[in-house]
Ligand binder design. Structure first.
Ligand SMILES: Cc1cc2nc3c(=O)[nH]c(=O)nc-3n(C[C@H](O)[C@H](O)[C@H](O)COP(=O)(O)O)c2cc1C
Length: 209
């Protein structure tokens, strides 16, 4: 049976962004879980995310946003009804302004480049702008950074964002639950993200419970 997420009214609209770090499977799985739960998702994909999607998941996303949404939905076997994809220069999208009231954003996976630009307040594309909006409105930003090893620049940017309230959930899966498949390893991280989004997720294993 598919796991069910319980959504309260505050959690109905989430920005899900994928950037060009390795770990496209994390982003795909989160999009799938949220779509299955009927969460309204605003999808933002960097150019490099598309390259990684092709390399790691053999997904060739068309440029046209509606087409890209339907290719993604088909690949994930979910309805595209609650998926909205925007071009990275679509400054008129609801993700570009605080007045649209979107309260949560996840960047999964998050590249060191995007993280640095957000920490520096660049707002040069819609992902950076959306994150900038979430931070200025003091709403919830979750990032799932992926790189190894980490330089002092990466660590400083993480610390800076953490001081601003960003939830840093690095793509560092644990192994104490003895995963047997890659999917279980992916779900370890995605379940932690769902926890932080405050979505009730009966599937997630709780330590000591
Ligand atoms: C297959 C592949 C894997 C990559 N893995 C990483 C990674 O794990 N972390 C990272 O910060 N950049 C990684 N990069 C490099 C980024 O994609 C590159 O820095 C890009 O400019 C990031 O752009 P974005 O932040 O707009 O997505 C990878 C690139 C490719 C093609």
């Amino acid at each position: 049976m598919k796991p069910v997420l319980h959504i309260d009214s505050e959690n109905r609209s989430i920005i899900t962004a994928m950037t060009g770090a390795s770990g496209a499977a994390y982003g795909l799985r989160l999009i799938q879980r949220l779509a299955e739960a009927g969460v309204e998702q605003h999808l933002l994909l960097s150019k490099a995310a598309r390259v990684v999607l092709k390399q790691e998941a053999d997904i060739d996303l068309p440029e046209q946003t509606e087409l890209a949404t339907s290719v993604l939905a088909q690949h994930l076997n979910v309805s595209s009804q609650h998926l909205h994809n925007y071009a990275l220069e679509d400054w008129f999208s609801p993700t570009a302004s605080g007045s649209a009231g979107i309260k949560q954003m996840v960047i999964i996976p998050c590249s060191m480049g995007t993280m640095a630009r957000i920490a520096g307040g660049m707002s040069d594309n819609l992902i950076e702008r959306a994150a900038d909006v979430i931070l200025k409105e003091k709403r919830q930003l979750i990032i799932v950074p992926r790189e190894t090893p980490l330089s002092s620049i990466h660590l400083e940017n993480m610390l800076k964002l953490s001081h601003m309230g960003t939830h840093i959930i690095p793509a560092m899966p644990g192994f104490y639950h003895k995963p047997e498949t890659i999917d279980e390893i992916i779900d370890f991280i995605v379940n932690r993200v769902l926890d932080h989004l405050n979505l009730c997720n009966p599937e997630a294993k709780k330590w000591g419970v």
